[in-house]
Ligand binder design. Structure first.
Ligand code: SAM
Ligand code: SF4
Length: 360
């Protein structure tokens, strides 16, 4: 027999069936879920929100993920690769504005010159920030040796979304070849953990073919994998990608948005001390989307500090926010919004995942 929703909410961990029930909550039940995750967040990690200055430094990618606007086969994209001195300028901006950390994100490349270039960049970022800026990398699947080189050069967090924990669904949203393998992605996550990175993953929510059971399994996967940080957001279709053909089968953007908030809430209750990022894609659907996620359970926000002229070319999905604003505009608007969400900015701090510290 089902326990009452109120009793269910008081639990610290849930079965797959219970997660599905929570993910389907609406009205008063959804409100109660958000209240509980908000309370869990305040109790276990407080109301601090940490900045990660995001530099999307290149949209050149060798992969062909069927959902992504900058996939290699999309010939409509103007490819760019921001010069190192510009990336360092952005790093300096993050440091001087007390962001505490930055994220270097790009399409996937792994040729030796690129690997060495990132090593040098990491060392230079440390130099321009008096060794103070924390650095997260998000450049996809690499060999364990590459991950180790980048770790040794100064990176300490890595974001690699598993996209979905269901290998069959993974195969449906990626080309059918060895370059796009779910097993490789899991092996990469394991290498990152073994090396000592704070390891982040995440999924897209509202993908074609995705079920509530898949999403419940995604949460159980993150718990089982003992992940330190999560960034998950709604899937948003892009008309220059193969998955666009399923646009009429998708749930509404608003439903994807609400479901993402419920995913964050359930994850926060189950993994009380991890870092959860409020994804930019939330803002593409609701102008206050990221602030709503912060209130419910997220504690990380990634202001975009990519040089403005290149932002419009990093279009993973349509309606991407802030593509024509400079870094300063973004910082200002973010400060006001975080205050609105009752958050307090953890200026100048790395804001490491407490979970990472306790699992060491
Ligand atoms: N290339 C690296 C990788 O794939 O890990 C980092 C950059 S990639 C653009 C970052 C994330 O963007 C992916 O992990 C994916 O979840 C997300 N993404 C790509 N296309 C998307 C879409 N159409 N809607 C929402 N998120 C998307
Ligand atoms: Fe490349 Fe990442 Fe987009 Fe896949 S999701 S095509 S790896 S940028």
């Amino acid at each position: 027999m089902n326990i009452s929703f109120e009793t269910l909410l008081q639990k610290d961990s849930f079965t797959k069936e219970e997660i599905i029930r929570l993910l389907k909550a609406n009205g008063e039940q959804e409100k109660a879920l958000f209240k509980r995750s908000h309370d869990v967040k305040l109790k276990h990690i407080g109301n601090k929100v940490y900045f990660r200055g995001l530099v999307e430094f290149s949209n050149i990618c060798k992969k062909d993920c069927l959902y992504c606007g900058i996939r290699a086969s999309n010939k409509m994209v103007n490819r760019y690769d921001i010069a190192d001195d510009q990336i360092l300028k952005a790093a300096k901006f993050a440091y001087e504005h007390k962001y505490g950390s930055m994220v270097l994100q790009a399409g996937e490349r792994s040729n030796p010159a690129f690997v060495d270039r990132i090593c040098q960049l990491l060392k230079d970022i440390k130099k321009v920030s008096n060794d103070e800026l924390g650095i997260t990398i998000s450049i996809g699947e690499q060999t364990k040796e590459t991950y180790q080189k980048w770790f040794d050069a100064g990176a300490h967090r890595y974001l690699l979304r598993v996209e979905t924990s269901n290998p069959k669904l993974y195969n449906k949203i990626h080309p059918d070849n060895e370059e796009h393998s779910h097993a490789t992605r899991l092996a990469c996550l394991k290498s990152l953990q073994d090396i000592g990175y704070q390891t982040g993953t995440g999924v897209m929510i509202g993908l074609p073919f995705q079920t509530y059971e898949d999403l419940a399994n995604d949460i159980l996967f993150m718990k089982e994998f003992d992940i330190d940080m999560v960034g998950m957001g709604p899937f948003i279709e892009h008309d220059q990608t193969p998955l666009y053909e399923y646009k009429d089968d998708l749930m509404s953007l608003n439903d994807r948005f609400r479901l993402t908030l419920r995913m964050i809430a359930v994850l926060r209750i189950m993994m009380k001390d991890i870092n959860i990022a409020s994804a930019t894609a939330l803002q593409a659907i609701d102008p206050l989307g990221r602030e709503k996620a912060l209130k419910i359970g997220a504690n990380i926000i990634m202001p975009n500090i990519t040089p403005t002229q290149e932002r419009a070319n990093y279009l993973l999905y349509q309606n991407k926010p802030c593509i024509d604003e400079g870094a300063d505009d973004c910082t200002n608007c973010m400060e006001a919004r975080i205050n609105m969400a009752d958050g307090e900015i953890g200026y100048g701090q790395w804001g490491d995942s407490l979970h990472y510290k306790s699992r060491l």
